[in-house]
Design a protein around this ligand. Sequence first.
Ligand code: ZN
Length: 436
Amino acid sequence: MSKKIKLIISLCFLIILGISYFLVTRKQERLYQVETNIMETSSYVESVTSIITNSTKLNHILKKHIEEQKIFFYDSIKNTSHVFLIDRDELNIDYKFELLDNKTWSVSLMTSMTGPSFTYPYYRMDCWTWDVKEKKELNIESIVPPTLDFSSIQTQVFEEIKKECASCLSEKSFTKIFTEEFKTFEINETGVTFYFNPFLFEDDYYDIIPISLEINHLALSKEGKKKEETVTKVPHSRIIDPEKPVVALTFDDGPSQYTEKIIRVLEEHEVNATFFILGNKVVAYQDILKRSVQNGNELGNHSYNHKWLSQLSTGELVDQIDKTQKIIQERIGYTPRYLRPTYGSVTNRVRNNTNLEIALWTVDTRDWKIHNIDRIVERATKNIEDGDIILMHDIYERSMEALKEIIPELKKRGFQFVTISELEEVKKLRKLQNEN
Ligand code: ZN
């Protein structure tokens, strides 16, 4: 074989390799990212979690919807005088995302507005069953089999609503709302759940009414759950000297699209940190979280969807913590030891309703508010003392950039990086040494 032919063959081989690598990486490309935006002022707290998909049109619809909810919220609270911090209003938006089949997504946004400006809590549910190929929203007509008479579904749904709230909807209003164009529904394993929002009701009833119907042979169906593998923590060779200064880096409100990069930065510097995560994002980022745990990082509980824990009823409070523990155990095979309450607000009711230890912080970088990387670095390195717990957020790129400078700077000053559990261990060891 001549040299030229050999060269051509190897070139072809390289091209094929390149194309298949491209296809494989494309296939693994993330369908969506989850984004949480948290805001806190003296009159309100706000947490909005939504998704960014690779469909620009759907992203635009979701964004517009969130903007509308925010405008309604700011408008509702503008005339209220907020005297105490504990009496602030709260906006919370949370998402659900399901892949129904290869070309259909189900996206829901749940909105709640509570606090002194609202006589009743304001709840609403909005759903989009999205045809990825056609780039359009589907209604009931497109999912119910043609063999099924729509009026029979109507009758069943109306009967169920009457059981929940007899005076909420007259038959006349119901038939106007619940047409084949109705879109506020989610598909589940056995059928459909329709959601009726309080703003549709004629009565003062402020809860959403969900009506689940078993319908066979839907045009779409939800795939059954796959069993998840769990991870075990790889024993770590890191040695911490309790006689030398320690500092704990902590990241709240993730995981997000930046978490993986942050984990990589920690990995490069051979340090570990603690991530106080939200339960509603565990499924979307479970691979990254597993890797984080394998690397020796610690996971903590930061509620399910960033509701203001100390303001919730005891039932809801327990539910926020337990749901998050459960999903981390199921998906990551890991049990968090610590709870960091949302907005750093700890009450006796929060303490008394969890077995988890409460972990706050001693140094706030304010990276959620400060955009300048140098200032974040300064806040995280200036006046740092042995045993400090630094608060950062793994939902901003700037925090990741700041981290690249924070670690070497603190290392230079002799600090060892520990997780919250390790920090507790160090404290215990030191106490023992002092006693002896
Ligand atoms: Zn938070």
